[in-house]
Design a binder for this molecule. Structure first.
Ligand SMILES: [Zn+2]
Length: 458
């Protein structure tokens, strides 16, 4: 086992440390290693059926297509950019029009077999309805994503994603499909997580990066080396963080485990991306069920999905029955990390830079709060790793100095030089001036689930 302060060596295998099973490390090899041409052909064929279904059964999309001048003519996948984008507000509007299921429900109410709710972080809560087939589809996509992280059937998985009301609850079906041993705890239940880790109940831990960092801090603060004897793998999801080097390295060193990330979008699929043990970004795992596009942040023109491209992800459901979405603006800004991988998967890999809503502009330069976290995290252990930007008004432009709140552990309340050093580091690395406020852990707020990367105060 590594020393307490050491970090893991980079992964060079498509399996996790200690995994000597002889299962294929790709869940659906034919599909996940298909050429781009094959993936496109498969998607285009399924889209034909889906387009007809939308026109016939979704009053919401039938109207939108008509308004966009599409009429009855069929629009192939190659021309999908002719179709209008769908926003979260549009979907909410469809529900409000005819509650409780709305005008975009394409199956009879009796065929709806599961309902999740949205968190309402970008407005009032709403619902996401699934048919039996949709439940299976989500579980299948999730199985590819989690299997891609290296979780195999011999693993024992401690999961802190609640059963509901959010779509992250779907992970429970995924773990059952993968055949692992599941050890569920409620989100934020620190005592049970620490008990489970210390007693060696699990070799894998699923958590938001905020919660994983909090657990890592707790373990580092304890008097004895109380790291889990069995833990080899932490999978983070729900927010960016697991892919930010300072955060990832800290969790890896403190927990003695490899960190990989998953990501999903509530209205599309809860686990749509999974990072393999090579740790070079999350693979798209929705081939055949979801059609991804990348669009320019300003013009929303289509971009080529190629290494280095930065844009907003857009998703279209190819097979979804109950509440399909077309060209849904997911709000996630991503950087494409590659289009091939030593693991053999042919889908693109990406890192999420943050929510479009969290992005702001300082003197003409785009800034993502995740970039601030990357700088702040390097000041550990004088900081805990959490930080947030304070925004005033609705505008996207922020005048420097940018107000940033940085969480500090209880034993560093009077670290007088820290704020100035953080301001200098942000200035030199991110080229804008900031004004740092140090906030003790007890006052920063909820650590068990997601941390909002920006808050608006008047
Ligand atoms: Zn890979």
């Amino acid at each position: 086992m590594e020393t307490r302060s050491g970090s893991n060596p980079p992964q060079t295998s498509s399996r996790l440390r200690g995994d000597d099973c002889n299962r294929d490390w790709i869940w659906e090899r034919e599909l996940e290693t298909a050429s781009a041409a094959d993936a496109l052909a498969r998607a285009a064929a399924v889209w034909e059926t889906q387009f007809s279904r939308l026109v016939e059964r979704s009053p919401f999309y039938a109207r939108r297509f008509r308004e966009a001048g599409i009429g009855q003519s069929r629009v192939g996948l190659a021309n999908i950019a002719q179709l209008p984008f769908t926003t979260k507000d549009d979907l909410k509007g469809a529900i409000d029009e005819e509650p409780p299921f709305g005008t975009n429900v394409c199956v009879p109410p009796g065929a709806i077999k599961r309902i999740y709710q949205t968190s309402g972080t970008a407005g009032a809560p709403s619902i996401i309805a699934l048919s039996s087939a949709d439940i299976q589809t989500w579980t299948g996509i999730g199985a590819r994503s989690y299997y891609a992280t290296g979780i195999h059937d011999h693993h024992s998985v401690l999961t802190s994603f609640g059963a509901g009301p959010f779509v992250a609850g779907h992970t429970h079906f995924v773990l059952t499909r993968l055949g692992v041993r599941a050890v569920p705890v409620a989100p934020g239940d620190t005592d049970r997580v620490l008990f489970s880790l210390r007693s060696g109940l699990a070799d894998t831990f699923l958590a938001t990066p905020s919660f994983a960092q909090y657990i890592a801090n707790r373990l580092e603060q304890s008097e004895v080396d109380s790291r889990s004897p069995a833990l080899v793998h932490v999978v983070t999801g729900g927010e960016p963080g697991g892919g930010i080097p300072a955060i990832r390295d800290h969790i890896q060193a403190a927990l003695g485990a490899t960190v990989t990330e998953v990501m999903g979008i509530g209205d599309v699929a809860p686990s749509l991306f999974g990072e393999c043990p090579h740790q070079e970004g999350m693979h798209f795992c929705g081939t055949g069920q979801v059609w991804p596009e990348l669009v320019d942040l300003d013009t929303r023109e289509a971009m080529v999905i190629e290494t280095g491209a930065v844009g907003e992800m857009v998703y279209t459901s190819l097979t979804r029955e109950a509440m399909p979405v077309v060209r849904f603006l997911g709000g996630d800004v991503v950087r494409i990390e590659g289009t091939s991988c030593p693991c053999g998967r042919t889908s693109f890999r990406m890192r999420c830079l943050g929510r479009r809503d969290d992005m702001f502009i300082v003197r003409g330069v785009n800034v993502y709060p995740s970039a601030i976290l990357a700088v702040v995290g390097e000041f550990r252990p004088r900081v805990t790793g959490r930080a947030r930007v304070v925004r005033q008004g609705r505008g996207v432009s922020v005048q420097p100095p940018v107000p940033i709140e940085v969480e500090v552990p209880p034993e560093h309340p009077a670290d007088v030089s820290l704020a100035g050093q953080l301001e200098d580091a942000i200035r030199s690395r991110l080229t804008f001036r900031s004004r740092i406020a140090l906030i003790p852990e007890s006052a920063f707020g909820e650590s068990g689930y997601k941390t909002r990367l920006s808050v608006r105060r008047e």
